[in-house]
Design a protein around this ligand. Structure first.
Ligand SMILES: Nc1ncnc2c1ncn2[C@@H]1O[C@H](COP(=O)(O)OP(=O)(O)OP(=O)(O)O)[C@@H](O)[C@H]1O
Length: 240
């Protein structure tokens, strides 16, 4: 597995005979910390271009699953079949920009000769003209825009996003939702978005999953009637 200096762009873990109609194929995935199975024989498929959101209680294993897909799970044992594409980008709650690199240099980090693509990516995320700014000159929302540009300039087949808007204020979040939708339409990666926000999941995803007891406990298409109530019930927020 290769990883860039920012730790954000990964080569996927061993890829086996992936079905061409799937971007992610997971079978019987188990991940155990000590005695505790956080993921327990989990199965999941995601199709090319599909946007899937993953909800679940704190500690239910959402980030563990995302790290397994990114090939970033060094300190956990487990087994199972895990097929993911070669080009995977990851966005976290914090932008993780290198403070000693200017904005454009952060976007094209590890991609020699990609400055023009980097400039276009910055324009796409609404940051044209900020190429030579330092990260600490940007707001939190702007830094997340840079993180998105850095991810998408690699044209990932799979974008993994771990609560990417969790630290932003409500208004900025809504703007970022619109931006992410636009970027996904333009670049069409498969997306797995981890979030605590039921409304964010429904607004962004084609399909919403709830992780519980190490498995997918509920699954709804976002255009299904009554999805919000169903998801809140599955999360135990409202009575069954
Ligand atoms: N490095 C680790 N060592 C031991 N236990 C861990 C480690 N990382 C995670 N865990 C445990 O695994 C469980 C799942 O953690 P994970 O971070 O995947 O949950 P999560 O659903 O993403 O939670 P949150 O919504 O709070 O971010 C938790 O009980 C956590 O304490």
């Amino acid at each position: 597995m290769a990883q860039d200096a920012g730790g954000l762009i990964t080569q996927a873990p061993a890829v086996s005979s992936q079905a061409p109609q799937l971007r992610i194929r997971i079978r019987n995935l188990t991940r155990t910390y000590g005695e505790r199975a956080v993921l327990d024989d989990l199965d999941l498929d995601i199709r090319p271009g599909e946007f899937v959101a993953l909800l679940g209680h704190s500690g239910s294993g959402k980030s563990t699953l995302l790290r397994a897909l990114a090939g970033l799970d060094y300190d956990v044992s487990g087994h199972g079949e895990l097929d993911v594409p070669a080009q995977v980008s990851v966005v976290f709650q914090d932008a993780r920009l290198l403070p000693w690199q200017k904005v454009l240099d952060n976007v094209v980090l590890g991609l020699p000769g990609a400055e023009d693509r980097g400039r276009r990516a910055l324009e796409e995320v609404g940051l044209k003209g900020r190429e030579n700014a330092w990260p600490n000159e940007l707001s939190g929302g702007e830094q997340q825009r840079v993180a998105l540009a850095r991810s998408l300039v690699r044209e990932p087949e799979l974008l993994l996003a771990d609560e990417p808007f969790g630290a932003l204020d409500a208004l900025t979040r809504l703007k970022m939702h619109a931006l992410l939708k636009k970027l996904c339409l333009a670049h069409n990666p498969a997306v797995l978005l981890v979030t605590h926000d039921v409304d964010e999941a429904i607004a962004l995803a084609d399909r919403v999953l709830v992780l519980d007891n190490g498995r997918i406990a509920a699954e709804r298409r976002s255009d299904e009637q009554g999805i919000r109530d169903d998801l809140l019930r599955a999360l135990g927020v409202t009575a069954a």
